[in-house]
Design a protein around this ligand. Structure first.
Ligand SMILES: [Zn+2]
Length: 455
């Protein structure tokens, strides 16, 4: 009990806020798109900026006595060995979406660094070691591939994504530019081998919430119990371009793609509302209609659309997410059926192809969740249990099996972000909010690293 109280005092008394602020001042200059942070950020996946941010964290960790390891995909692990050969981990990413903020991902990396710094202060020999991972290329907005670094590390990244393009180059070319090896992806070779998977006692990712529930309820942290899996589709619609004045109305004369597209949107919204009303966990979004720069390059016929023409070609992208895999599978079949039936009504041909898919993590680890709950309660930091609407690398980690067939015990901490905003220049979370999250992270990592976890 005395030992426990000492730990609490250490974590509570040290003002981590200043250190967090200092890290953000440095990182705030890397990939900033203008004079001020208000201009937004771009640290694209496998860019010089992403690497520079990773190198900064590496330098700080080396000063704290870490061993540094870059894998062949350019993911970074910073480790502090313990006597057991096992590790309690924390992780996140430093890449951003275009015109994103400096907190999505970055808050988790900085919190992880500060939490481990706190844990090392006792100068006790470690039983389980600590590891901070920085994954490459978490964001899909650049190369249209979710969690490229973490999936690749477990040998589970679809090689097709190597040809995806962003900023005038393929993912494979971008990887080569940062000394990563695309051959690892094409051959499906894991960079985290089974013995390393087996060495992970627990894995915790801290992240900004990207929603406004915590802020609205005035809570300090969210403890995540499940992570929705995203499934994304590209739907192309082919009809016939015709003169808008000379072509009579009706499907006998017109194969109007824009009209079909409007009706498809309505049908999909009905389908979604029905599923939600039946109690299913589901969100569905059409983020792009004929307006992706990269896709327009590969489908230039979209530019034939004009004010005095019946539309003969168009496309849209769908993003469908649920925390329940079986439901997601069956719902996506219904969506495809609704698209093709509605298109047929307008004599339009619809082709639906899968852009990317990542399974949900239906349940995070109960032991990690309870370590996080106890840590928050010990520290008098207010917390609630919530699902994660956005996808995270933790979903990949938590679905990996150790040799005893159990999944890597994985958990997540959410911290509030202003107005629930993310992936935009306005994205912000305060150093105090990160410090509170880091305190919960540190105490949970400490509990989970003891020979007999005190939970
Ligand atoms: Zn993120």
């Amino acid at each position: 009990v005395k030992q426990k109280k000492r730990w609490l005092r250490i974590i509570l008394l040290i003002p981590n806020t200043c250190r967090i602020e200092k890290h953000f001042q440095v990182l705030g200059k890397i990939g900033c798109l203008g004079e001020s942070p208000g201009s937004g950020y771009l640290r694209a996946a496998y860019s010089d900026e992403e690497t520079e941010a990773m190198r900064y964290i590496e330098k700080c960790a080396l000063a704290m006595g870490a061993e540094s390891r870059w894998d062949r995909l350019g993911n970074l692990s910073l480790l502090w060995q313990g006597s057991s050969g096992l590790f309690v981990e924390t992780a996140s990413h430093l890449d951003t979406v275009p015109f994103g903020g400096n907190f999505d991902g970055t808050a988790g990396v900085v919190a992880g660094l500060v939490a481990i710094e706190e844990l090392l202060k006792s100068n006790k020999p470690l039983h389980h070691g600590f590891r901070l991972r920085i994954w490459r290329a978490e964001e899909s907005a650049t190369f249209n591939s979710v969690y490229a670094g973490s999936r690749g590390a477990f040998g589970q990244l679809d090689p097709k994504v190597l040809t995806h393009r962003y900023g005038g180059r393929t993912l494979a070319e971008a990887m080569l530019s940062q000394n990563a090896d695309p051959e690892v992806v094409s051959s499906g070779t894991p960079t985290i081998e089974q013995h390393e998977v087996d060495s992970i006692v627990a894995h915790i990712e801290l992240h900004i919430e990207q929603g406004n529930l915590l802020e609205k309820q005035g809570l300090d942290v969210g403890i995540v119990d499940s992570i929705r899996g995203p499934r994304r589709f590209l739907v192309t619609l082919t009809g016939k371009f015709d003169h808008s004045g000379a072509t009579p109305m009706g499907t006998d004369y017109r194969r109007d793609v824009n009209l079909a597209l409007g009706y498809i949107m309505v049908e999909l919204d009905k389908l979604c509302k029905k599923a939600v009303a039946n109690g299913s966990d589901l969100v569905q979004t059409t983020g792009v209609i004929n307006s992706s720069e990269e896709l327009n390059k590969s489908m230039p016929q979209v530019y034939q659309n004009a004010v005095p023409k019946v539309s003969g070609f168009g496309y849209f992208c769908l993003d469908i997410r649920s925390k329940n895999l079986a439901f997601l599978d069956s719902y996506c079949e219904d969506v495809k059926e609704a698209i093709s039936q509605t298109a047929q009504r307008f004599n339009v041909q619809a082709d639906t192809s899968l852009l990317s898919s990542s399974p949900p993590l239906e349940a995070l680890s109960e032991s990690v969740i309870s370590a996080l709950q106890q840590s928050a309660s010990d520290l008098k930091i207010s917390a609630t249990v919530i699902p994660s609407g956005a996808g995270h690398d933790a979903a990949v980690v938590g679905s990996q099996k150790r040799s005893d067939n159990t999944a890597i015990p994985t958990g997540m901490i959410f911290i509030p972000c202003r107005g629930g905003e993310s992936h935009c220049p306005e994205e912000y979370t305060s150093p105090e909010a990160i410090a509170k999250g880091a305190a919960v992270l540190a105490l949970a990592m400490q509990k989970l690293s003891e020979p007999k976890p005190t939970i």
